[in-house]
Design a protein around this ligand. Structure first.
Ligand SMILES: Cc1ncc(COP(=O)(O)O)c(C=O)c1O
Length: 353
């Protein structure tokens, strides 16, 4: 069952993002009960417990609690690079599209983008994008960033065989891999590949606690002890050193203990949504395969425009995000259940069918 989002007000069915999830009653209680200290003095036992737990689950040496996924990615980029370097990112990645040029602003690096139909950057294209470190004209390629699941390619999971090949490739060329694993637990729920196995194929991982896992705030950066020591310093520079932050680490611990196991429900609900609307005139699913909890639909005539569809849904209390180019993104999560998905399907069928 989804939670009552309305707090007594009219119920809203919010498919805009899995970031809208609200903390569960147990998370709220954990916030009340949290033992806290000054985390800038490394005195907060709840944060330390969360960091230990995150490192253990990801099978890496150490972890760092950061306020947001964006900060996590930017901290990692800063640790791995020097100003003037180049990093390789996929063209529709969060790092490239939605971090406000953070790599340039914060780390002084330029990005080399590779455009793909599905978020999977072919190795030969990565190879062709590497710069010659001995040529003084060239920036030095010092990081490859991947995103799994890939948000803007409709929650696609990067195939594990591809990730293994990419790992070998990166080791041979001594270029580290940073995994933007904002929704890595959704990938694991879909494939059965553990988060630790995904993490073993990268040098650093960022994952979010405040998306499908339902914690109110926070993300983790995970890597070797040496990497995390450096990341700690960068987090401080970015203003991410927080004080009695156990109050938000406590619900994040609950998120890791209680919420990862249910993500398959969100993935199934997204599939049900896609199946329910796939045959509607003027609506195309892009991609048409739903791996996890994100569904992208494109609206073309005879369907109304994406903006009009979103407006008409909103009149019925259903929220979604039109993303331009005729696209709408629908995201399933803890606060919308299968009945809510049916309601959305019915509303779209009535509008277009
Ligand atoms: C793939 C991906 N990476 C990173 C982020 C950034 O997370 P945050 O919103 O916590 O900064 C997001 C947020 O939606 C995301 O989808």
């Amino acid at each position: 069952m989804s939670q009552n989002l309305g707090d007594g007000a009219e119920r809203i069915f919010d498919f805009r993002s899995d970031t809208v999830t609200r903390p569960t009653p147990r998370m709220r209680q954990a916030m009340m009960d949290a033992v806290v200290g000054d985390d800038v003095f490394s005195d907060d036992p709840t944060v330390q417990e969360l960091e230990r737990k995150a490192a253990l689950i990801l099978g890496m040496e150490a972890a760092l609690f950061v306020p947001s996924g964006t900060m996590g990615n930017e901290v990692a980029i800063n640790v791995w690079t020097d100003p003037g370097d180049e990093i390789i990112v996929e063209k529709r990645s969060h790092i490239y599209l939605y971090e406000a040029a953070g790599p340039a602003l914060i780390s002084g690096v330029q990005v080399c983008t590779i455009e793909t139909p599905d978020g999977v950057m072919p190795l030969d294209q990565i190879e062709a994008s590497l710069r010659d470190p001995l040529d003084v004209h060239c920036a030095i390629t010092s990081l490859i960033c991947i995103e799994n699941t890939h948000n803007m390619h409709g929650g696609r999971v990067l195939p594990i065989d591809y990730l293994r090949e990419l790992r070998e490739f990166s080791l041979e060329r001594r270029i580290p891999i940073h995994l933007d694993g904002a929704r890595i637990f959704n990938a694991s729920a879909a494939t059965g590949v553990s988060p630790a196995e995904y993490a073993s194929l990268a040098d650093s991982v960022m994952f979010c606690l405040s998306k499908g896992l339902g914690a109110p705030i926070g993300s983790m950066v995970v890597g070797s002890e040496d990497f995390i020591e450096k990341a700690h310093r960068v987090r401080k520079v970015l203003g991410g050193g927080m004080r009695q932050v156990g109050v938000i680490a406590a619900p994040a611990i609950i998120a890791l203990e209680e919420m990862t196991g249910r993500l398959r429900i969100d993935n199934e609900n997204a599939k049900a949504l896609a199946e329910g609307i796939a045959d509607l005139p003027g609506l195309t699913l892009v991609p048409d395969v739903i791996d996890t909890n994100i569904v992208f639909a494109r609206f073309d005539p005879p369907a109304p425009s994406a903006e009009e569809v979103a407006e008409r849904l909103e009149e019925q209390g259903i929220l979604c995000i039109p993303l331009g180019h005729g696209l709408i993104r629908f995201v399933t999560h803890f606060d919308v259940d299968e009945t809510d998905v049916e309601r959305l399907v019915d509303a779209l069928r009535e509008m277009l069918g």
